[in-house]
Design a protein. Structure first.
Length: 171
């Protein structure tokens, strides 16, 4: 019921609250149920989802304990402490994971790919780089380049869309 009312509110923001006994409500409810079935068939009723935070929680300690990552010089000049690299990367990566849960990325990519991309995005924001010059984030996180680019573009498009909605909803 709440889903149908929310759909109607998004479709007609200025409309009054829909009567749950009306024909329009019944039609909307049936179309939502139909589309839910289509989604379930699309994902083959596989509702056992492995969350990307598992990958983040396991990979960040490995990277920090093995000293495979470090702050960029400009981050150190900005006051970042080497001892806080674990907390900084973990907090930012889990924040990106939480944001990814509000998207359809779990239908497009594996949880390992989502988690790896979230660690990469967190490293960019935190000013963290691989310790060895010859190593890249793709090798450290075992990510295919296509996955990283695809998810990065997806994330940027959603962020810019959110900014656009917030900015212009106040006008």
């Amino acid at each position: 019921m709440r889903t149908c009312l929310e759909c109607n509110r998004l479709k007609n923001p200025t409309a009054a609250l829909m009567d749950i006994k009306s024909h329009e409500y019944i039609v909307l409810k049936e179309s939502v149920l139909l589309l839910e079935r289509v989604v379930l068939h699309t994902i083959s009723f596989d509702l056992c989802i492995e969350h990307p935070d598992k990958f983040v929680i396991s990979s960040v300690p490995l990277l920090t304990k093995a000293q495979k990552i470090e702050y960029k010089p400009e981050a150190l000049r900005a006051g970042k402490k080497r001892s806080k690299i674990y907390d900084d990367l973990m907090q930012k990566a889990l924040s990106f994971v939480k944001d990814s849960m509000c998207t359809t990325l779990c239908l497009q990519y594996s949880s390992k790919d989502i988690g790896g991309t979230c660690v990469y995005l967190a490293s960019v924001v935190a000013g963290i780089k691989p310790t060895k010059e010859e190593e890249t984030w793709l090798t450290l996180l075992e990510l295919p380049l296509e996955v990283l680019i695809g998810m990065f573009l997806f994330y940027i498009s959603h962020r810019s869309h959110d900014v656009y909605l917030v900015r212009f909803s106040k006008v």
